[in-house]
Design a binder for this molecule. Structure first.
Ligand SMILES: *Cc1c(COP(=O)(O)O)cnc(C)c1O
Length: 444
């Protein structure tokens, strides 16, 4: 493909993308294919000779699209949102063109792990300063980290990858992690000879969007010399609205904080941003200086240069130029429109909540704070499981479940930018219709 063809095909692709997004509602939100469907549709080997670009493009609808779950359909209410906007798509294209290897930023899962590794390094140094005879592996076996039972699975994985014990602490009736239980756990573990060193708190848990109590947890962590990492992957975007900022109270105690602009801030996947209180702690854990990456910068001093080299902040060396799409989106939407986007989606969730509350057969299972509603039919887990199975089978809308206090719960999350009030009402009508049929069967 030469530049002339690229100009032509590029314009066609923009049209295809715009048509796709503007007419996405007409596609079933959830694919009607079996895993492995693709195997019959594609050859077993790459073609020996080049194929015309148009043939490749034609196959997108024939081969690829039938297997796609349309995350940007207004009928997609599963998981959490994933960002999407036209300026962000354009910036992503430019990012590909520039194609530089930016040494910065990471996913939420990686942020949790990076914070844990930095905390581990710090804890080892602290223990060795009073017990110089202990080796690093000996110290690792004594280290203990904490998170809530509602934390994302990536926190548990960070413990596995970091080779340290990760304990899950039960939450209160609001699914919030509280200070008293953490304190009790720390006391018991210290008495058993363990070294508490890390807490991953969550603002906006994946299952039910609950908030851990930073005002209680923070001072305990500071007192115990424990690293507090705050995972706000989804909820973090809402803090651009002043009315949601009280949810951040206690953040001053945190050592690191992360949220995913790619979830709820109109930025396309992937884009996750992490803050650390003391850069030196992260760099202390990750810094290596291979010869080929040493280059003097006459203008800036050595020390700031090293601290700013973001390759010392993360696991991969190279990174895409993600900040470009943030810059495009922030400028073309402006704070006001981004706030309006968050507020609209929260309002839609509240609307859905009131529909559920008005129906005596259903119950709300967790406080609705942002764009997620957890609900269920009053009745057995089996009943709710069957309801979700039928929703999935019908393919009109897409939801996923969670488990709260041993109960099977349905999550309804406002995800797509194109979701409007009528989609929410239609979804509720659909859910209640399926529930009605189900309950009739149970009576008969
Ligand atoms: C989505 C989510 C994650 C995982 O985010 P990635 O960027 O995909 O790693 C972690 N924590 C919470 C609370 C989430 O909602």
């Amino acid at each position: 493909m030469d530049a002339e063809e690229f100009r032509r095909k590029g314009k066609e692709m923009i049209d295809y993308v715009a048509d796709y997004l503007e007419n996405i509602e007409q596609r079933p939100v959830y694919p009607d294919v079996e895993p492995g469907y693709l195997r019959q549709l594609i050859p077993t080997e790459a073609p020996e000779d080049p194929e015309p670009y148009d043939d490749v493009l034609k196959d997108v609808e024939r081969v690829i699209m039938p297997g796609v779950t349309h995350w940007h359909s207004p009928n997609f209410f599963a998981y959490f949102p994933t960002g999407n906007s036209y300026p962000s798509l354009l910036a992503d294209m430019l990012c590909g063109a520039i194609g530089c290897i930016g040494f910065s930023w990471s996913t939420a899962s990686e942020a949790t792990l990076v914070a844990l590794l930095a905390a581990r390094c710090k804890a080892v140094k602290r223990v060795q300063s009073t017990n110089p005879e202990l080796s690093e592996p000996e110290i690792y076996s004594k280290l203990v980290a904490y998170t809530s039972e509602q934390a994302h699975s990536s926190v548990e994985r960070a413990g596995l990858i970091g080779g340290i014990m990760m304990k899950k602490i039960p939450t209160d009736y609001n699914y919030s992690l509280r200070g008293a239980l953490l304190k009790k756990m720390i006391k018991e573990d210290k008495a058993a000879g363990l070294v508490p060193f890390y807490l991953c708190a969550t603002l906006g848990t994946t299952s039910c969007c609950s908030f851990d109590n930073l005002m209680e947890l923070g001072p305990i962590c500071n007192e115990e010399n424990m690293w507090m990492h705050v995972d706000a992957a989804y909820a973090g975007s809402s803090f651009i609205c002043p009315e949601f900022r009280p949810l951040l109270n206690g953040i001053e105690f945190a050592d690191s904080f992360n949220f995913n602009p790619h979830k709820w801030l109109l930025i396309n996947f992937d884009c996750s941003s992490m803050w650390v209180k003391k850069r030196a702690d992260i760099i202390g854990a990750f810094k290596v200086e291979p010869f080929y990456l040493k280059h003097d910068n006459q203008e800036s001093g050595e020390s700031t240069l090293n601290l700013n080299k973001l390759l010392h902040w993360q696991i991969p060396l190279g990174r895409r130029f993600r900040s470009l799409k943030m810059w495009f989106v922030f400028r073309t939407f402006g704070i006001k429109q981004m706030q309006a986007h968050i507020r609209k989606q929260v309002a839609l969730a509240k609307e859905f909540e009131s529909l559920v509350r008005a129906d005596k057969r259903f119950e709300i299972c967790a406080e609705v704070v942002l764009g997620l509603v957890c609900f269920r039919i009053k009745g057995s887990n089996e009943l709710n499981q069957t309801l979700l199975k039928r929703i999935t089978k019908n393919r009109q809308i897409h939801l996923v479940p969670c488990q709260l206090s041993g109960r099977f719960v349905l999550r309804f999350c406002i995800c797509a930018r194109s979701t409007e009030s009528h989609h929410v009402h239609k979804a509720w009508q659909h859910i209640t219709q399926l529930a009605f049929e189900l309950l009739q069967e149970h009576i008969n």
